[in-house]
Design a protein around this ligand. Sequence first.
Ligand SMILES: O=C(O)c1cc(=O)[nH]c(=O)n1[C@@H]1O[C@H](COP(=O)(O)O)[C@@H](O)[C@H]1O
Length: 248
Amino acid sequence: MIAAPQPTHAAAVTAPNAADRLAVALDFPTAAQAIAFVDSLEGSCRWMKVGLELYCAAGNSLIETLRNRGMNVFLDLKLHDIPNTVAGAIRTVTSAGASLLTVHAAGGEAMLRAAAEAAAENVNSPRLLAVTVLTSMDTSQLTGIGIHDTPATQVLRLAHLATACGVDGLVCSAEEVAPIRQTLGAIPYLVVPGIRPTGSPTGDQRRIATPAEAIQSGASMLVVGRPITQSQNPAETARVILAEIASV
Ligand SMILES: O=C(O)c1cc(=O)[nH]c(=O)n1[C@@H]1O[C@H](COP(=O)(O)O)[C@@H](O)[C@H]1O
């Protein structure tokens, strides 16, 4: 277990919109565990990210349950397949009411265009995000899959491609946010995982930043999993992170 950070003065003055800039990664194996955890957050957070592990276990009914509890849902399936298959999957999953969806930018132009068109068909217009280079990867891991560039170069290449294909935003590490903002401007919605409050274990993440660093660099939303889910006091840890976001 990770000790909860000590409350700071800033925790008492969290700006109202900080909660719209933090998605909690519900990386749990069952719906029951995920719902119990959401309850333990005591209403501190408004965005819940459902990833592959939980979605495979619980499916669309969990998305509806979270929506009924007043949560916004970020459905992170990182789809990566031929264009027709990805478009079909997006049409199926958007029916449950997720507000954010992910595909892998590495799926290429035709897949990204098909995904953007399928997401736009949904009456709720979920935001489509393209995952660039996973925050768990560094230069040597990219080399291992035949990409002889730094993560920053590859992220920028995929960011240009994905936005040209009509996606609404990108998932990248905090290290790439400023260069993306410099070349693509303020419009793309930039979602940043690999967030580690000072003192939190890095785990499998390689390109990390604190909540304040990521927000300062221009991130739209942060994704935080284990620093909150493995905290002894998840609600307090979430409030401290929200305060750090609001303090920037
Ligand atoms: O798309 C994502 O959310 C994602 C992209 C990425 O590059 N890196 C990354 O860690 N994520 C997700 O963000 C969450 C990070 O969790 P923690 O490392 O526990 O904070 C996990 O649910 C990952 O699946």
